[in-house]
Design a protein around this ligand. Structure first.
Ligand code: TXA
Ligand code: MG
Length: 300
C-alpha cells in the first residue's frame, strides 16, 4: 500500500516498518533504536538473525552517538556522503541501537543516503535500520512494483538512481577491507590515499553465497542463445531471442547498473525458461554488476 510522507512518519514512530526508496535501492526501514521494529524487518525479509543491518542517517551527525568515529571515516564521509558508501565502525557500548541490528556483534554499518525522503525521515525519527527491501537472497527492488513479495506499506516518487546496493568498507582495522563493491569503486577509494583492499568477506558470512537472485536461473557470459532462453544484452552484444532486453544500448555501465534489477525483474515475468546474460566489462560500475550477477547465478 502506497502511503504519504506523513503516514510514513506515524508508521515509523509506532515501531512499524515501511519500504522507502534510497539513492541505491529500496530499503525496508524501521527505527534502529526499537528492538520491535528491527525484529519485524528480519521477519518480513525472512533473513537470519546473524546477518546485521545497515543503519541510515540524515543531515544531523547522529552517528557520533552510535559509533566510534575516526579521522579516516571523516575523510571518506567528506568525499562520498551523502551517497552510496557504507562504513563499518566499532559500536559505542552506550549506543541505544537495538542489538538485533548488529547481529549481536560489536560493530555497526552506517550510511548517509543522498537527500530525499529517507534522509528527512532519519532526521525526524532517528537512525533507520534498513536492509534492501526484498525477500532474503532475492532481487533487490528499485521500483515500488518490485516490492509486491513483501506486502508492506511503501513510499515512492523518488528514483533509486544508482540501482545497485552501496559499497561497504570495514574501517575497524588496516588495510581497510571492501566487503561489497557498489558504485563507489576501488579506484575512487584508493584515490583518497587510504590503504584499501578488496575482500571476499561477505561470502564468509552465513547464508551469503547465493544472493540477488531472480526466480529464473541465469547463464552468464553468454555468446549464444538456447531455445526458450530470455536475453539480457549489453552494448552491441546482439544476442537474439523473443524475450530480450539491453542493459545499455550505448554500452554505458552506470546506465546498466541502473537497469540491472529492473530488467531481471521483467525477464522473470516474461515467457522464457532461463536468462542468458551477455558479457559485461569488468571496470567501473561493471565490477559491481558482475559481482551481483555471479552471486545471482550461484547454485541454490
Ligand atoms: O545500498 C544499500 O546498502 C542498501 C540500502 C537500502 O541502503 N542496503 C542493503 O542492505 O543493501 P543489505 O542488508 O541488503 O546488505 C547489507 C550488507 C549485508 O551483507 C550485511 O551482512 C552487511 O551489509 N553488514 C551490515 N552490518 C554489518 C556489520 N556490522 N558488520 C559486517 N557486515 C555488516
Ligand atoms: Mg540485500
Amino acid at each position: 500500500m502506497r502511503v504519504t510522507f506523513e503516514q510514513a512518519v506515524l508508521i515509523l514512530k509506532s515501531n512499524n516498518i515501511i519500504a522507502i526508496p534510497t539513492d541505491t535501492v529500496y530499503g525496508l526501514a524501521g527505527c534502529a533504536y526499537s528492538a520491535d521494529a528491527v525484529k519485524k524487518i528480519f521477519q518480513t525479509k525472512g533473513r537470519p538473525q546473524n546477518r546485521p543491518l545497515i543503519v541510515h542517517y540524515g543531515v544531523k551527525p547522529a552517528w557520533e552517538r552510535d559509533v566510534i568515529w575516526s579521522q579516516d571515516a571523516e575523510l571518506l564521509a567528506n568525499r562520498f556522503w551523502p551517497g552510496p558508501l557504507t562504513m563499518i565502525l566499532p559500536l559505542r557500548i552506550e549506543s541505544p541501537i537495538a542489538r538485533e541490528v548488529t547481529g549481536s556483534s560489536d560493530s555497526l554499518a552506517i550510511r548517509r543516503p543522498k537527500l530525499g525522503q529517507m534522509s528527512e525521515l532519519c532526521d525526524l525519527i532517528g537512525p533507520l535500520a534498513a536492509p534492501s527491501a526484498n525477500k532474503y537472497q532475492k532481487l533487490s527492488a528499485t521500483t515500488s512494483e518490485m516490492l509486491h513479495d513483501l506486502q508492506v506499506p511503501f513510499l515512492d516518487g523518488e528514483e533509486c538512481s544508482v540501482g545497485l546496493e552501496s559499497t561497504i568498507i570495514d574501517l575497524r582495522s588496516k588495510p581497510y577491507l571492501v566487503q561489497r563493491i557498489g558504485s563507489v569503486t576501488i579506484e575512487e577509494l584508493l584515490a583518497t590515499g587510504l590503504h584499501v583492499e578488496m575482500t571476499q568477506c561477505e561470502s564468509n558470512l552465513p547464508g551469503s553465497g547465493a544472493h540477488y537472485q531472480p526466480n529464473k536461473l541465469l547463464r552468464l557470459d553468454a555468446t549464444t542463445v538456447s531455445a526458450g532462453e530470455g536475453v539480457l544484452n549489453f552494448g552491441n552484444s546482439n544476442l537474439v531471442a523473443p524475450c530480450s532486453l539491453n542493459l545499455s544500448v550505448n554500452g554505458n555501465l552506470d546506465e546498466a547498473a541502473f537497469n540491472l534489477y529492473r530488467m531481471l525483474h521483467c525477464l522473470d515475468s516474461y515467457d522464457c525458461t532461463m536468462i542468458a546474460v551477455a558479457p559485461i566489462p569488468n571496470f567501473g560500475a561493471g565490477c559491481a554488476i558482475n559481482d551481483r550477477l555471479q552471486r545471482a547465478a550461484r547454485v541454490r
